[in-house]
Design a binder for this molecule. Structure first.
Ligand code: NAD
Ligand code: ZN
Length: 348
């Protein structure tokens, strides 16, 4: 079968011929219906090096995956061949306290995980191929009725990651609150939809691209702003001088972190989701009083089940552009150039 593989750090991915996987005991092979292209893959290609993470290439890219059960290994129960499924991406040991409640992202026994701190497309083979081996059957989540794998795939990261970030701040997202989404790309546009579908907060979408702001409006943003010198001031003006209760930064560059700190309301949340390499100097008087500054990483398996439900009910619907495997590199080129709208999904 064909697979899009990252051969080494600081390199472009290659479409190559590899053996089809077969499932061992407790494992599942999924026939891929869609595999989302994430900006994190660009960081993998260009920014990471040996020591950045506890795993290394080569591996097949694609950590947002959905499709149909293709083959079941010995002892796997509760799944049937042909059943539509999504793959929960972070793979932990399965037995530590965190994994037991479905928070594989923070597995406390990574030596027993299939790959320490990674998953399919992150150290092990992912879904940018015709078939993908999932080494633990519990990571295969049945799709609710009516949800197309092409939409389910981005929901496993571009949906799950903002959902987890929104849930973490839910106490601060009431009817009188304002949430700001910085970066209305793959994650951010779904983030706007999740805020509108699950909270009563007013939503301001911020991006450097007009097209992204248009998408923000389509996704339900109440207000959009081009990112620039005066954006923090504009956010203060739009919130009666108070600032935003919750700021979700899907970029994570110096400029966006500074914007977040300047636009936050006292006792607000500034959540760093983007891994753009920026830093924020924090001192007692440099951020508004009692602002919580936090990172978030992906989400839990129970949260994935909730996001898929939002997708099946049409409350959250990623805007997708599909590409065949042989055009996957074009999807990444467009992402880098900023000419993608929403999420690119590779359909092998
Ligand atoms: P994307 O390329 O689809 O979207 C990024 C958006 O940010 C684009 O619309 C771009 O125009 C906008 N942008 C860039 N610079 C900006 C600036 N200075 N001000 C305002 N907007 C700006 O990327 P994506 O796939 O949505 O990923 C976003 C980030 O989140 C990446 O850094 C990615 O690696 C990271 N990520 C983090 C997690 C996590 O668990 N924390 C999970 C997935 C992705
Ligand atoms: Zn990702």
């Amino acid at each position: 079968m064909r697979a899009l593989r990252l051969p080494k750090w600081k390199s472009e991915p290659e479409l190559v011929e590899v053996d089809e996987p077969t499932p061992g005991p407790g494992q599942v092979v999924v026939k891929i219906g869609g595999s989302g292209a994430c900006h994190s893959d660009l960081h993998l290609m260009h920014d990471f090096e040996t020591g950045s993470v506890p795993w290394n290439p080569p591996f097949t890219l694609g950590h947002e995956n959905a499709g149909w059960v293709h083959a079941l290994g010995d002892g796997v129960t509760g799944l049937t061949v042909g059943q539509p499924v999504a793959v929960y991406g972070p793979w932990g040991c399965g037995t530590c306290a965190r994994c037991r409640v479905g928070v594989d992202t923070y597995c406390e026994n990574v030596a027993e995980a299939p790959v320490p701190g990674g998953g399919g497309g992150l150290g092990l083979d992912g879904g940018m191929a015709e078939y993908m081996l999932v080494p633990q059957a519990r990571q295969v989540v049945p799709l609710p009725d009516g949800l197309d794998p092409v939409l389910a795939a981005p929901l496993t990261d571009a949906g799950l990651t903002p959902y987890h970030a929104v849930r973490r701040s839910s106490a601060k997202l009431g009817p009188t609150s304002t949430a700001v989404v910085i970066g209305v790309g793959g994650l951010g546009h779904v983030g706007v939809q999740i805020l509108k579908a699950t909270t009563a907060a007013r939503v301001i979408a911020v991006d450097t691209r007009e097209d992204a702001l248009k998408l923000g409006t389509e996704c339900g943003a109440d207000l959009t702003m081009l990112s620039g010198e005066d954006t923090a001031q504009e956010i203060r003006l739009a919130t009666g001088g108070r600032g935003a209760d919750v700021i979700l930064d899907f970029v994570g560059a110096d400029a966006t972190l500074a914007l977040g700190a300047a636009a936050a309301r006292t006792v607000g949340d500034l959540t760093i989701v983007g891994i753009g390499g920026g830093t924020l100097p924090v001192g007692f008087f440099s951020v508004p009083y009692e602002v919580s500054i936090q990172t978030t990483y992906w989400g839990s398996r129970p949260e994935l089940i909730e996001v898929l439900e939002l997708g099946a009910r049409g409350l959250v619907k990623p805007k997708t552009s599909t590409f065949p495997l042989e055009k996957a590199v074009d999807a990444y080129r467009k992402m880098r150039e900023g000419t993608l709208e929403g999420r690119a999904v590779i359909v092998p």
